[in-house]
Design a binder for this molecule. Structure first.
Ligand code: ADP
Ligand code: ADP
Ligand code: MG
Length: 455
């Protein structure tokens, strides 16, 4: 039986650690931060009730060190752990280590993670649950060239070779013709082995001109699963999301119901608990959608859903983790109101190939006023460490409709001024004024195919 959560250790850093600490504070729950030596001056360390240094800057010996994090939880008597996103959030061994030590893991079970954490097994499960998947071939044996070539003919080019354990936009390669296929598959398998410690790869039909549509789901310990509508994350560079919005300009009421129902089926097929995201590709012309993967954790872009659905997803995570029922928390199906857009503010230089640009934040002016939210880890004088990803914060706006949300984001992007390092703010400004963005006519390859950053 899940027990009441009194103290949460946050096994993460950056803006997401702060996000969780804030939810804990509002619920009267104590919080414990863990940090690496590179994060001594970080805001999550300052804001938490307690903070413990868990090792050197390298994630492998700090934010990814299961034993150290469990020790920190025991030492501080935290009875729950929130994993944030990235790092250990989708690691079943971590969920199991929590369970073994009688610490509530705020997320799905290790079994659910195993069932869907791996893209190949997720595809198999979805096929059984009648959730549509893109044509493809699972478990490709890189040495069996005969089968590979037969499968490529059957699926048709272009297609993708994907790492089963891949994530964060990495481990995906395009095969444009049969001639290059074997070479690319070999490369992909080698890369998958070194980047993710697992050489398993699979083939998937490349859905041209598709939109990335994902559904926010939440499951409780009583078998209930609800969906909080969709997010459109089609503005991507190198398969990484840059702008997300909810709702999607391409989704009407009928499609929303269909895609949310598919996401709920996907979640139920593995007894999914807590927050998760079911990702799909949508072919706008045919309205056909295809399952991509489940992200078994809170998502970077969860705030756009929060603003449109008037829900606090992190507080809901904490509540369902201690056994509360979704039917009590949400007696009626939550409905969307207005429009929300998020821009990921990264420390990278849009004028030179988005090269990482981290270091000392010399000055900072924050956006403000109606409908603006800035979830961030930066402050004036912070020396942003190079060891982690380049996300500095997320600028999120809400408006009564898409037009107001866009105008508000344009204003906020002018108000937000980060001095000392390069950021992608000029890129977002340019994009928010782009006609295709304004009319909503874009897909996952649109940015790379059509958008040029003026110098
Ligand atoms: P979202 O859809 O929430 O943006 P991403 O896939 O971009 O999720 O990943 C969010 C964070 O998790 C990023 O910091 C990313 O680097 C990290 N991440 C996701 N999957 C993996 C993985 N398999 N291995 C390592 N890091 C990952
Ligand atoms: P990750 O785990 O890195 O997030 P995903 O499988 O979710 O990997 O894919 C990331 C992005 O790659 C998608 O949002 C989409 O832009 C692109 N992509 C993935 N699969 C396909 C596909 N079959 N056809 C076209 N684009 C795809
Ligand atoms: Mg994905």
């Amino acid at each position: 039986m899940p027990k009441k959560i009194s103290k949460v250790l946050i096994a993460n850093r950056g803006e997401i650690a702060l996000r969780v600490i804030r939810a804990c504070k509002e619920l009267g729950i104590q919080s414990v931060a863990v940090y690496s030596e590179a994060d001594e001056g970080a805001l999550h360390v300052r804001h938490a009730d307690e903070a413990i240094c868990i090792g050197p800057p390298e994630s492998a010996n700090s934010y990814l060190a299961i034993d150290k994090i469990i020790d920190a939880a025991k030492q501080t008597k935290a009875n729950a752990i929130h994993p944030g996103y990235g790092f250990l959030s989708e690691n079943p061994l971590f969920a199991e280590a929590c369970e073994k030590n009688k610490i509530t893991f705020i997320g799905p079970s290790a079994d659910a993670m195993r069932a869907i954490g791996n893209k190949t097994s997720a595809r198999e499960l979805m096929e059984k649950a009648n959730v549509p998947i893109a044509p493809g071939k699972n478990d490709v044996d890189r040495n069996d060239t005969k089968t590979i070539l037969t499968e490529i003919k059957r699926i048709g080019v272009p297609l993708l070779v994907k790492a089963s354990a891949g994530g964060g936009g990495r481990g995906i390669r395009l095969i444009e013709n049969e001639k290059e296929a074997l070479e690319i598959i070999d490369l992909a398998a080698n890369e998958a082995a070194s980047a993710f410690g697992d050489a398993t790869i699979f083939l998937e039909k490349f859905i041209t001109g598709a939109r990335h549509i994902e559904v926010q789901i939440m499951g409780d310990a009583h078998g209930n699963v609800i969906a909080f509508g969709e997010r459109d994350c089609s503005i991507q560079r190198r398969n990484q999301k840059l702008i997300e919005e909810s709702p999607s300009p391409a989704v009407d009421e009928e499609l929303r119901t269909a895609i949310c129902n598919a996401a709920i089926e996907a979640a139920k097929s593995c007894n999914y608990q807590n927050a998760g995201t079911v990702e799909f590709l949508l072919d706008e012309k045919t309205k056909q959608f295809y399952f991509l993967e489940v992200n078994a954790r809170l998502q970077v872009e969860h705030p756009v859903t929060e603003l449109v659905y008037g829900v606090d997803l992190v507080k809901t995570q904490l509540k369902v983790a201690q056994g509360e029922s979704l039917t009590n928390l949400f007696p009626t199906q939550p409905t969307p109101r207005g429009w929300s857009i998020e821009c990921r503010i990264n420390g990278e230089d849009p004028f030179s190939e988005f090269m990482p640009s981290l270091g000392l934040i010399g000055s900072l002016e924050l956006p403000n006023g109606p409908g603006i939210r800035f979830d961030s880890m930066i402050y004036e004088g912070l020396d942003v460490p190079l060891f982690y990803d380049s996300l500095l914060g997320k600028l999120i706006v809400w408006g009564v409709d898409r037009q107001e949300a866009i105008a508000r984001m344009q204003r906020a992007l002018i108000e937000l001024q980060i001095g000392g390092i390069q950021t992608n703010i000029p890129f977002h400004q340019e994009l928010l004024n782009n006609n295709a963005f304004i009319t909503g006519a874009f897909h996952t390859n649109w940015l790379e195919e059509n958008f040029v950053m003026p110098s």
